[in-house]
Design a protein around this ligand. Sequence first.
Ligand code: OAD
Length: 255
Amino acid sequence: MIVLPRGIGPALSCGITFLAKCMSMEKIVIFTGAGVSAESGLKTFRAMDGLWNDHAIEDVATPEGWARNPALVLDFYNQRRQEVLAAHPNAAHEAIARLESMFDVTVITQNIDDLHERAGSSKVLHVHGEILKARSSIDPELIHTLDTPTIAPGDRCAKGSQLRPDVVWFGEAVRFMDESETLFANASRVLTIGTSLTVYPAAGLVKHAPYLAEKYLVSPDVQKVPYGFHFMRGLATTVVPHIVTCWMEGRSPVR
Ligand code: OAD
């Protein structure tokens, strides 16, 4: 007979119950883009007043732009970081977090803000990186959470190179792709919110969703709806809480 130290038994059984609950919960993937944070005051990229209207991608979001003018790139992301720090999660972020009481939810986001985490989502994969972190410009593995809102020219990593934002630029490797493909493939429900689905490889993740999964795309306007997805036209803060409430009450979000 194995004798466990006092207190370990109940903790173990609690852990096993939690694991069993997670394993039996239905798996949901929430895939988000800039539109989910738009009503928190953060600009999207491709709207008329979007970020890529005012800034050239090649100047601020490529390794070549960084090599040409690091001060300009740091300034661009310092502004983004300050906006993120001043923003608050909205009703869509909050509704997504509520789903975790009934479902096994993973948020896969193209966004570099932390609004999903602040709303309470516990599993968030940032495929395009995170603005609140900095990384070494010579070692992509050397990452740390920033304790100031800015990265200045001359701020160095432990290996002596200039710090840069821990965001993925065009031409760089997108993160968590294998894990994300598996999560999509195993999901029984997929909710895609606020993305133009124009930037690959992240946009291609939607094609890994199973044929039989329940799949929605939420956006006020859209160029293309991925095959098998049901388009729900509207703002994230209106449509997402509706879908979440329906799912939690066992109803269909579509009338
Ligand atoms: P986009 O700016 O391309 O698309 C934003 C989408 O959100 C559009 O389809 C809008 O219609 C929609 N939208 C706007 N307001 C909304 C709201 N209130 N509720 C719901 N939807 C709304 O942004 P992304 O698709 O996220 O990558 O862009 C993808 C990537 O392109 C970004 O991660 C970034 C950018 O270049 C990198 O920088 C590597």
